[in-house]
Design a protein around this ligand. Sequence first.
Ligand SMILES: Nc1nc2c(ncn2[C@@H]2O[C@H](COP(=O)(O)OP(=O)(O)OP(=O)(O)O)[C@@H](O)[C@H]2O)c(=O)[nH]1
Ligand SMILES: [Mg+2]
Length: 347
Amino acid sequence: MKVCKGCGALLQTKNREEVGYVEKLDYDYCLNCFNLKHYNKPSGQIIKTHFPKVPEKALIVYLVSALQLNLLSKYNLKRFYPTQEFILLVNKVDLLPKTINFDKWIKPLKKALALKNKPLLEVMPISALTGQYLEIFLETLDYYQKKEIYLVGFQNSGKSTLLNRIAQHLEKDEVALASHFPGLTKGNITINYNDKTIVDTPGIYEKGFISDYLFYEEFKRLIPSKTIKPKTYNLTEQQAIIVGGLVVVSLIKGGPTSFTFYLGNIKLHRTKYSQVYEKFNLHKGTLFKPIVNHDYIKTYFKLTTDEKHLINLFDLGYLVLKGVVTLEIYAPKDANITITKGAYHGL
Ligand SMILES: Nc1nc2c(ncn2[C@@H]2O[C@H](COP(=O)(O)OP(=O)(O)OP(=O)(O)O)[C@@H](O)[C@H]2O)c(=O)[nH]1
Ligand SMILES: [Mg+2]
């Protein structure tokens, strides 16, 4: 039995369409990983995986991307792992503005989660990509003295990148492939660290991310690749912002207020609400892109307190605003667009 060096899938020579396919069993990488590694062309369907099985004695390190934090309130980890202790790692913090004070940001998060998930040991920021806060994370693992550590989290949360980063810290070669293509890891990938084993697992599928609506070539360009530079618009009642060819956010009542977008490479366009849909439909695909070929729906959010609110836009970033306002959001059906009261300190 041999597994792929990129995704951990069991290698097989029988079915080209199934995971782990190789022409010959002496190859190290399955066909999908080979194409990704050499041509940056991931292939195959996005696999709809669920929470992976973890041995009872193991410590769970639950990774959540800083751009997908709304998932924390959606899933109670205790439901899936009733007896398990875990550490929450908020990954990709290199993308967040430097104005964020992690102490102030993490404390309320820990408090809120501790109520729901009893054996929550720590909440820690990390950047698996740059290695920021890696050492303190590894010291924390040593402190808890667990022999088995499982990296668990949603697809694209950065588990394989973290495993590679730990391997690099130990002066070992890369152990897994990582990519914006969700669901890349197909089987467990294990490394030894001091007297422990650290296991990377296949990511959990969550609907409504941008990869459900666009092809890889299109959505990979939208994902922020460096620290996000916020863009602020002061809007008055009956004004709207068109976000790429993806979403329209309109301030239909209340204001004036400021909309601050934390997004990567996506063009924003301000216009009057009275003409926004005419404009959007006329120019989508040219001025406004990329576009999504999917049913769209309008959702209304009535904010009744003058507090900061944060709106997740797929897994691409955030819109932060404040004020007693009514918003209309025009977006693809089932998109991961949620609103949360309060914003991370510094946003
Ligand atoms: N900016 C930034 N990008 C990151 C970080 N960690 C991971 N990424 C990127 O996020 C994408 C997904 O990373 P992976 O490590 O493949 O994620 P995963 O959790 O293993 O994904 P699955 O195997 O699909 O479950 C890759 O393009 C990584 O380069 C980080 O700390 N900062
Ligand atoms: Mg992975």
